[in-house]
Design a protein around this ligand. Structure first.
Ligand SMILES: Nc1nc2c(ncn2[C@@H]2O[C@H](COP(=O)(O)OP(=O)(O)OP(=O)(O)O)[C@@H](O)[C@H]2O)c(=O)[nH]1
Ligand SMILES: [Mg+2]
Length: 243
């Protein structure tokens, strides 16, 4: 084994031992967001923690790393906010400490929701405000706009989207796009959309991993490199030769 191979092996071992992996936290809000969370989790993503948040107790049926059933004390037996964005914001404010605790250990936070209802819209926006006020963690919002025929919901969604744009990076999916391919069933069209979201998150995770590895290398591995060279020379009984 030559010196470069030894160095590479040490680098890999250190990454493994010290857990140099990105910590991506995905928060998915409301009914639509939970469906995305379920899809992502079922298809599996390393280094990504998926948290589904909803006022509907059935959130616990979602395949996610963590499911948060919120707002019972506000809504009582009601399963959703019934399109009340303000109510969702109020509920999220009540679990602010928990959101910050989760975000604290994240390298990147991704927020997902289908806009136009209450929980997805208010939940995402209020979480974004909380993160911006208390942390400097990079945030990406991935949102789905309702169909144009959902007139009032679409109006709400667009108003909130304008606010999101001022607070984080964002990616917008428009449900109307699904109408351009009428032969594709809506359920299939949603799956195609979820798959694109899955791929975006995978890319963010890979990119973050590369950045972390580069920083780690700058800080530790440059010093370690000298030690490895000395040890190598000691073991093979000669001056280090870089091949
Ligand atoms: N991603 C996704 N979005 C959907 C689906 N069905 C409907 N939607 C869209 O999602 C928008 C928001 O609906 P939900 O996510 O159910 O609403 P919510 O955020 O749970 O809000 P409340 O139930 O009012 O508290 C709707 O206006 C639809 O445009 C679906 O199967 N998947
Ligand atoms: Mg709902």
């Amino acid at each position: 084994m030559n010196l470069e191979k030894v160095k590479e092996e040490v680098r890999r071992m250190m990454n493994r031992e010290l857990g140099i992996v990105p910590r991506i936290k995905v928060f998915a809000f409301g009914g639509g967001g939970s469906r995305v969370a379920d899809y992502i989790s079922k298809h599996g993503l390393d280094d990504v923690k998926v948290i589904a948040v909803n006022t509907d107790e059935r959130v616990h049926e979602i395949d996610a790393n963590k499911t948060m059933y919120v707002g019972k004390e506000v809504l009582g037996v009601h399963k959703d906010t019934n399109g009340e964005v303000n109510v969702a914001e109020y509920i999220i404010d009540g679990v602010k400490a928990w959101i910050l605790e989760e975000a604290k250990s994240a390298d990147v936070v991704i927020l997902i929701a289908s806009l136009g209802g209450g929980m997805g819209t208010g939940g995402l926006l209020e979480t974004l405000r909380i993160l911006r006020e208390h942390t400097d963690v990079p945030v990406l919002s991935i949102v789905i706009l309702p169909f144009s025929f959902e007139v009032e919901r679409r109006k709400t969604a667009i108003q909130v989207l304008e606010k999101i744009k001022g607070l984080s990076e964002y990616i917008v999916f428009d449900s109307d796009t699904m109408l351009k391919t009428p032969k594709v069933k809506v359920s299939t069209a949603y799956d195609i959309m979820y798959d694109t979201i899955y791929n975006i998150i995978a890319k963010v995770s890979n990119r973050t991993r590369k950045i972390i590895e580069m920083k780690f290398e700058e800080i530790y591995l440059s010093q370690l490199s000298t030690i490895v060279e000395e040890k190598y020379a000691e073991i093979v009984g000669e001056a280090p030769v870089t091949v």
